[in-house]
Design a protein around this ligand. Structure first.
Ligand SMILES: *Cc1c(COP(=O)(O)O)cnc(C)c1O
Length: 391
């Protein structure tokens, strides 16, 4: 451990502040460190390992594909990406899919689609993307520009122009900005994840969707974190009764391998033509085979269970001393605690539960299939830690 820590510090760029824990293995929602200590994983690699660590079905799907062909470039057909795209379209009513390798890349593609649609249809001056304050859309220069949090911007000027952020919930403000700036698109998360696990107001989301439809402005929903069953529905927008034009997703889609996807509705399915966009690794057969094994298990019955577990966590925490509020949707949960969130996470880790933070909140993103028994164990540790010292 000491040695590894030293090598890591010497040779890895200093962008991450790691906890002093080396994870060496695990199974499902339980992981082990190099000393054999067990932890319950309530973070899933930031919502990535949707069915837990080394999930058997996922491992089988991935290894079977590894034994066939691991990569072939997009010059040729391979089966997993076509099957996965078909599956995603059948589950959403979307028409076409572009595969990327991360959330930021999926968002880059979504933005390119919106800009091309608007400039083809309305003129080159329709390029602005309206986003929300406190949003998070990624770390590339363009998705940073989309991210409505100034502190991410400061050190990297100039960012890609053509992004304007408005307050979440302020429909009139959004409308005015969109009209004034000749917006190509509105882009938002239904539940702001990095921003503190904040679900958008349903009335606001519906008004934005109606407005975009009326003005022929592309509505991009960023489902990178909220997607693929995380909130108890296949995609979080389905809670809101809206139909986005473009959906971007990543994180949990691959179950642990890098993959991003952009789902295109009928309106924009043919906006990207030959040569307009591409990705060497996009649609990688191994990543797609893993993703198929995830997506095919997101059945209505399974998602009901996600909601059941969510209800349990919300109700178990809501009357816990030291909890000021519980926010989020499904198994994407933010907890505002009297104790500083960082302190709660540290104390939970000592007691064998790995949690995340988001802004000033403790954030939980457990595997969607976390067994109820394990979930209860984690919640009881969380409650004990949160209520310590609380009146
Ligand atoms: C994590 C996240 C991203 C960025 O995804 P990467 O895979 O890290 O590029 C974009 N949007 C949202 C909502 C996210 O939560």
């Amino acid at each position: 451990m000491a040695d590894l820590k030293k090598i890591d510090k010497s040779y890895i760029a200093g962008t991450y502040n790691r906890f002093p824990v080396v994870i060496t293995g695990g199974s499902g929602s339980e992981v082990y460190d190099d000393k054999g200590k067990r932890y319950i994983d309530m973070g899933s690699g930031i919502g990535v390992t949707a069915f837990g660590i080394s999930d058997e079905t996922w491992v089988e799907a991935v290894t079977a594909q590894l034994g066939k062909v691991q990569h072939m470039s997009n010059l040729y057909y391979t089966e997993p990406c076509a099957r996965l795209a078909q599956m995603l379209c059948k589950k959403t009513g979307m028409k076409k899919v572009f595969f990327a390798n991360s959330g930021a890349e999926a968002n880059e593609c979504a933005i390119k689609v919106a800009r091309k649609y608007a400039s083809d249809k309305k003129g080159a001056e329709y390029f602005t993307i309206i986003t929300l304050k406190n949003s998070f859309h990624g770390r590339t220069l363009t998705t940073l520009a989309a991210t409505g949090q100034e502190h991410y911007h400061e050190l990297f000027q100039p960012l890609t122009p053509g992004f304007v952020s408005v307050d979440a919930g302020d429909f009139e403000g959004l409308k005015a900005a969109a009209l004034f700036h000749k917006a190509a698109a509105v882009m938002m998360e239904c539940v702001q994840g990095e921003g503190g696990v904040i679900a958008m107001d349903p009335d606001f989301v519906r008004r934005v969707a109606d407005f975009c439809k009326k003005e022929d402005i592309i509505l991009i929903i960023d489902e990178v974190q909220t997607g693929n069953g995380r909130t108890g529905k296949m995609y979080a927008y389905m809670h809101y009764g809206i139909q986005p034009d473009v959906v971007s997703t990543a994180k949990g889609l691959g179950g642990g391998l890098p993959i991003g996807a952009v789902l295109l509705s009928a309106k924009v399915e043919n906006v990207l033509g030959f040569g307009d966009h591409g990705s060497t690794f996009g649609g990688n057969p191994v990543a797609c085979a893993g993703a198929i094994s995830i997506v095919e298990r997101l059945t209505p019955a399974f998602l009901k269970n996600v909601e059941k577990k969510s209800d349990y966590v919300f109700s178990a925490l809501s009357d816990c001393p030291g909890v000021e509020s519980v926010s989020g949707l499904g198994l994407m949960i933010g907890i505002k605690t009297a104790r500083p969130a960082g302190e709660v996470v540290k104390a939970c880790m000592e007691r064998g539960v790995l949690c995340l933070t988001a802004k000033d909140k403790v954030r939980l993103l457990p595997a969607l299939n976390i067994p109820m028994k394990v979930l209860k164990e984690a919640v009881s540790v969380l409650k004990a830690v949160i209520s310590e010292g609380a009146v």
